[in-house]
Design a protein around this ligand. Structure first.
Ligand SMILES: [Zn+2]
Length: 126
C-alpha cells in the first residue's frame, strides 16, 4: 500500500506569505511521484478554528490551504499549478476577518476557476 502523501515545503509565490508546493506520493519502491499542487494562503480562519499553535510541533493546527490533485484527471501539472495560484488570488476577495473566511475560501474549487497564465495571475494581485 502506498504511503501517505507528502507535501514539500514549496516556494513563495504572489503575496509574501503564500506558498505553492508540489504534492508527492511515495511509492512502495521508494520512488516519489508528483501528483498535485498545494496552495497555502494563511489569510483566513473560521471563528471556531483552533489557531493556537501545537505545543509539540509549534505549528498552527488549522491553516487556510488547499490541494489540487491532477494525476488521473487528464489535467497537466502546469494547468493544476496555474489553477492553484488562481485559487490563492481568488481568496483575496474574502476579508481576512471574515468569521467563516477559511470555509468560504476552501469552498472555491480551483478546477472551476478560469485558466490564466502566470503573468495574467500576477497582474491580479491586490
Ligand atoms: Zn484563504
Amino acid at each position: 500500500m502506498a504511503r501517505p502523501l507528502r507535501q514539500k515545503r514549496g516556494v513563495q509565490w504572489g503575496l509574501q506569505h503564500w506558498r505553492i508546493a508540489r504534492i508527492m506520493r511515495n511509492l512502495d519502491n521508494g520512488e516519489q511521484v508528483h501528483i498535485g499542487w498545494g496552495g497555502t494562503c494563511k489569510q483566513h480562519s473560521n471563528e471556531w478554528d483552533d489557531i493556537v499553535p501545537d505545543p509539540d510541533t509549534k505549528k498552527t493546527q488549522t491553516v487556510c490551504k488547499k490541494a489540487l490533485i491532477f494525476a488521473d484527471s487528464g489535467m497537466t501539472s502546469e494547468e493544476a499549478e496555474l489553477r492553484m495560484k488562481h485559487w490563492l488570488i481568488a481568496g483575496t476577495s474574502i476579508a481576512c476577518d471574515d468569521p467563516t473566511g477559511r470555509m468560504t475560501h476552501l469552498a472555491m474549487n480551483p478546477r472551476t476557476l478560469m485558466l490564466l497564465t502566470d503573468d495574467q495571475l500576477l497582474a491580479q494581485l491586490p
